[in-house]
Design a protein around this ligand. Structure first.
Ligand code: BGC
Length: 475
């Protein structure tokens, strides 16, 4: 079967014609609104499956319950620790929530090396516990009862409350447990999939005598993003990340969640879609190009996270490189020569796309400087074509993400909805926001007011807000 699939993939690649003009490139990569509406319908049907009692197990878009059910009131107070693991950096933060939406944060960033990302799970969690210990020592936090309100701070339980932002797919049975269902974004640590991540972290923390913390919540970065934004704007119903990876969460009514077994008095819960895996069961047929197939085939997780691989920062640079190679082969750039950096897999990075598009039309200063760092010398004519290629890649991402969002927005019966967004692609690309907003408005079925706003540090602030909300309800 595998052989057959591989052969089919090969045939497919060989049969897809090489793109030999800019128009051909645009029509291969970009899709019209009619097709985006189809994408939106497919996403909507996958969400139904994810939420359905009998369909959840085989659903492509898992729609995990997060057990985050209380939206922030803005009255959350106290000091909380947050851990943030989800990419090539790992962070420990201390966040203080105060009156009048006061938020103060101190943080330390520790690199998460390739060895840690691909080594043993135990090693990874030991590293996290060590960083946490260092941070607590450096901050002198060992002897204070943080997080709890003044009256409670005299209680015997003086452990520090921690919110753990763990930005990978996990199936949750409570707000303080989560079983990793698969790694994404280049992580492959063994011994973690199918295990409760909080339990693994607790074991590593227990190796440090005197490290007294209480992990009271584990959350996805999209959930942190939504909560951080909702803390300021109660109309926030969606949290979106377009960074190294991509994902979205939203507030759903419990009646629509087939497997809901929680508190009957609660009306809603944040659902972590894990939409990166959309397409893994053929839902992206008609959208995937030979470039996407190549990126997928050369990844550490082939045939997984196909939507993520079309829209997120970990992969956009590589799609861009493959397109440029075809443009050079068609003699549209570099006089038909392929520069060294473009010959190597992942030879250029996603931030080049943002840099190339940052120049005002007709000028190429940024683009030229940025490509020079990769040893690529380009003429104005080359740079004009390169800009067009960059636009195709980023525009496709923003438009596909918009189509995904519309599938959710159509479910929510509110006249005005705010979407909190974070992630390097959204943050750094000069036009991503505008294309996203424009496309959402073009695709929406029933007109409503949609606000798309940058959510400041969802992974840190959001984790503190969730920890505060959970501590409050546990009191
Ligand atoms: C993960 C999600 C995460 C997203 C953004 C994806 O690879 O599966 O859990 O929210 O990246 O960080």
């Amino acid at each position: 079967m595998k052989f057959f699939d591989d052969a089919l993939g090969w045939m497919n690649r060989l049969c897809t014609p090489r793109v030999s003009s800019l128009d051909a490139l645009r029509s291969t990569v970009l899709v019209p609104n009619s097709k985006l509406r189809e994408l939106s319908r497919r996403m909507a049907s996958c969400i139904e499956d994810g939420l359905g009692k009998d369909t959840h197990a085989r659903a492509t878009v898992k729609c995990f319950q997060t057990y985050v059910q209380d939206m922030p009131t803005g009255l959350e107070r106290g000091t909380y620790l947050a851990l943030d693991l989800g990419g090539s950096n790992f962070r420990v933060l201390k966040g203080e929530l105060g009156i009048n939406k006061y938020f103060y944060m101190e943080q330390e960033t520790y690199s998460c090396s390739q060895d840690l990302m691909t080594g043993s799970g135990e090693h990874l969690f030991d590293h996290i516990a060590e960083c946490l210990k260092k941070f607590i020592d450096a901050q002198g936090l060992n002897d204070g009862a943080e997080g709890t309100p003044p009256a409670k701070s005299k209680s015997k339980n003086r452990s520090l409350p921690v919110g753990f932002t763990f930005s990978f797919p996990m199936s949750q049975r409570s707000v303080d447990s989560g079983v990793l269902t698969r790694w994404t974004k280049g992580f492959t640590c063994d011994g973690v999939v199918d295990n409760d991540v909080v339990e693994l972290l607790r074991r590593s923390i227990a190796k440090h005598a005197g490290l007294s913390v209480r992990i009271c919540a584990i959350l996805n970065d999209t959930v942190g993003t939504l909560m951080a934004c909702a803390w300021k704007d109660p109309k926030t119903k969606l949290g979106l990340i377009v960074g190294t990876g991509s994902n979205c969460c939203y507030v759903e009514k419990v009646d629509a969640i087939g497997l809901y077994v929680g508190d009957p008095d609660k009306e809603q819960m944040i659902i972590n879609l894990e939409w990166g895996s959309f397409g893994d069961n053929g839902e992206l047929e008609g959208f995937l190009t030979k470039y996407d197939q190549e990126v997928d085939a050369n990844s550490v997780n082939p045939r997984q996270q196909l939507f993520e691989k079309m829209v997120s920062g970990m992969y956009l640079g590589e799609i861009f490189r493959l397109l440029l190679v075809d443009m050079a082969k068609a003699n549209l750039i570099f006089d038909g020569r392929i520069p060294e950096a473009l010959r190597r897999r992942r030879g250029i990075t996603t931030d080049v796309i943002s840099n190339v598009e940052r120049d005002p039309p007709g000028s190429y200063g940024n683009a030229r400087e940025c490509l020079k760092k990769f040893g690529i010398e380009a003429t104005d004519r080359d740079l004009e074509v390169i800009r067009n290629v960059a636009e195709c890649v980023s525009k496709r991402s923003a438009r596909m993400v918009a189509a995904g969002l519309v599938a959710i927005l159509n479910r929510i019966d509110e006249p005005e909805i705010t979407i909190g967004v974070d992630g390097s692609v959204y943050r750094h690309h000069p036009h991503y926001h505008n294309i996203l907003v424009e496309t959402i408005n073009e695709l929406l079925e029933n007109k409503k007011k949609i606000n798309v706003i940058l959510s400041e540090d969802g992974s840190g602030r959001g984790a503190a807000v969730v920890a505060a909300a959970v501590c409050k309800s546990n009191r």
